[in-house]
Ligand binder design. Structure first.
Ligand SMILES: Cc1ncc(C[n+]2csc(CCO)c2C)c(N)n1
Length: 220
């Protein structure tokens, strides 16, 4: 199987995730600021837990090659991706320490601890199945927004978010990650018990992404 088969197995949830109202409003710049700020503060806490999850991938890997593959993502998460959120929130006088001290919302706890649990109880492939909706989904969203004529960049207060996820650096890191994931999936039949467990994990993480957008919209 391939990661594309995982998407096909939960197409309805996948569309609800990648075409969520939050994303559409963000692309046009019409999203309420309170929604974006709540999302970004929660996403900062999310990224912190994701750095732990990619560190878990190093722990779970059996080969040096697999261990090395997870390392740039751990670095990226702790460096540039969180830096974007900190820079953006600085407009409101919020510091990194303020963000770190925010309370985690329910959707943030549910999603990140689910991913960590899927990785801890399973192996490296289970962990990547839980992590994949995040990286592939944001890759798909970034690319779509860049290609969509109705996306507004000039004057859009959320342009830096669009640029982060549609940028070449991010897009090529998703490609590399998915090529690696496909190598790990190659031997697994989607119709086997193992394959169906991976579909369940991928689908649950996708549903968590929908809930994460909704958590932002609910902060009106
Ligand atoms: C809720 C939520 N889902 C996905 C991402 C994107 N993302 C988070 S970690 C990671 C991999 C390393 O860059 C990516 C792409 C996000 N920021 N917030």
């Amino acid at each position: 199987m391939k990661y594309q088969d995982l998407i096909a197995a939960c197409q309805e949830d996948w569309t609800a995730y990648t075409e969520h109202a939050f994303v559409q409003q963000l692309a046009k710049g019409t999203l309420e600021q309170s929604c974006f700020l709540h999302y970004l503060k929660q996403d900062f806490l999310f990224l912190k837990q994701y750095a732990r999850a990619y560190a878990l991938a190093i722990y779970k890997a059996r080969t040096l090659e697999d261990m090395r593959r997870a390392l740039p993502t751990v670095y990226n998460l702790l460096d540039s991706e969180t830096a974007h959120h900190v820079e953006y929130c600085a407009q409101w006088g919020l510091t990194e320490a303020d963000l770190e001290n925010e309370a985690e919302d329910f959707g943030t706890v549910a999603y990140t601890r689910y991913v960590l649990d899927a990785g801890m109880t399973g192996d490296l492939v289970d962990l990547y199945a839980a992590l994949a909706p995040c990286s592939v989904g944001y890759g798909v969203i970034g690319k779509k927004l860049l290609e969509d004529e109705s996306t507004v960049i000039e004057g859009n207060p959320y342009a830096s978010w669009i640029e982060l996820y549609s940028g070449d650096d991010y897009q090529s890191s998703v490609m590399t990650g998915m090529e690696h994931f496909n190598k790990l999936l190659a031997e697994i039949d989607i119709n086997s018990q193992r394959g169906q467990n991976l579909v369940d994990v991928f689908k649950t993480a996708t549903r968590m992404e929908i809930a994460f957008w909704q958590q932002g919209l609910n902060a009106k």
